[in-house]
Design a protein around this ligand. Sequence first.
Ligand code: ADP
Ligand code: GLC
Length: 489
Amino acid sequence: MAQQKLKICLLSSELAPLAKTGGLADVSSALATYLHEDGHDVRVLIPRYSRIDETALKIEPVAELTDLEVALGQRRVRYSIDRTTIAGRRTPVHLLRCPEFYARDGIYTNDEDEYLRFVLLSIAGIQMCQRLSFAPHIMSCHDWQTGLVPLYLKSTFAWDKLFANTKSVLTIHNIGYQGWFPSWVLDNLALKGAEHHLHQDDLKHGVVNFLKTGVLYADVISTVSPTYAREIQGDDYGMGLNDLLRQRGGSVIGILNGVDYDEWNPATDSLLPANYSPEDMSGKAVCKSVLMKELGLDERPGRPLLGVVSRLVGQKGIDLIAEVVPRLLGRRDFSFAILGSGEQRLEQMLHALERAFPGRVCFYRGFNNKLAHMIEAGSDMFLMPSRYEPCGLNQMYSLKYGTVPIVRETGGLVDSVDPIDEISESGTGILFRDYNAAGLEWAINRGLDLFDNQELWNKIVANGMARDFSWRRQGGHYVNLFKKLSNLK
Ligand code: ADP
Ligand code: GLC
């Protein structure tokens, strides 16, 4: 029997390659593409940020979606929605055009009306369905930016029969960002008459929490790995939402992210100077050599290179790196390349590290997709000592690129990296448990020791490269969830 087709409206603040600050972009893009290619009708909506590179895009206005208006408090906001497709794919994407909100420097801002930029995305997503007479089975919402959508469907838009069978799924990519705003914003949220649905204790304390609202009203809450789904229901990782999530425990599910192997595959990656595969690894040495030259690192035979590509924020364990790596560089022979940007304090520590070890450490400050691919390919080991990690994509990219991940035992890192066992020569990476310098130091030392045994190392590398985290596998879990919620076969 042919499968029944789902109708899905997917709302996200990021979508690779158009608008990306982190893994949310990769995941919403690859998930949308998977759903589209699996034959479902997916309507994706993201803001048309002025920083989107539109040179290669064919963007068309949509007659039914031109000159729309929404009242946000006293303010009337006018917008239109255009249509395009993700370059190189055929996945249709809608772009929310509203220059007063999106013609700004970054994807995210610290401006006073930041919340309104995503309230508009949420409401425009619903209005887009109305204008297109598109009755979605699933509203797929991602992170705090679209956290109000489940409540809108149950209040402001509850009158519309179009949504009578719509279920909302809130996917939490990172509980560290909840969208907290002062309660005076309430008048501008288009929630008139529904204010009592918001968390009353929060209002008493003068705040509105967008992600919490989503947790309260979404039909299902998904997050991006099974381990993180468990962790956020406990005190250590729930960041204040743990009790609520525990109460909703039956509706909380963890689905590990997939990897888009069209983008991240060393055998076909056009951003690399040489390609390679498990059958012929010679290209990896070429990548390492070119990378080291480009970064101004001294090449020494047998000296391993450790790499990092990361947002430089507290979550990612950069403090631990800044504490442990200089100590180890004094004692052991390796080089270190790190790409990222973020908190000034962390950037300064990394600049200092580079200055202290010329020729052995390179800190490239910025966002650079090509260099991210080069570091995945050219490094021997990849560090992710995260304090918490909902899923993490880089460790899965590393496995595919034959770069052994050294990770902290948390969230999706646990679900994607298997500990190495020297006797059976099984496993794919090194995990350490406690978030402290001793843990990371132990793990890097272990990596360097194992690297000395090249025969074993090659086996570990091959184990990692054979792992399959494709969307072909992971996307099916979303389809099953969506179908179950919609009573489809
Ligand atoms: P998070 O979403 O928490 O940042 P993930 O590991 O899920 O972490 O995804 C990060 C994504 O962003 C990866 O695709 C990674 O390559 C990319 N990335 C992060 N920092 C940079 C950077 N400075 N330059 C290029 N790509 C980056
Ligand atoms: C978040 C998380 C990361 C996850 C990504 C995509 O930003 O920090 O762990 O992989 O979203 O889901």
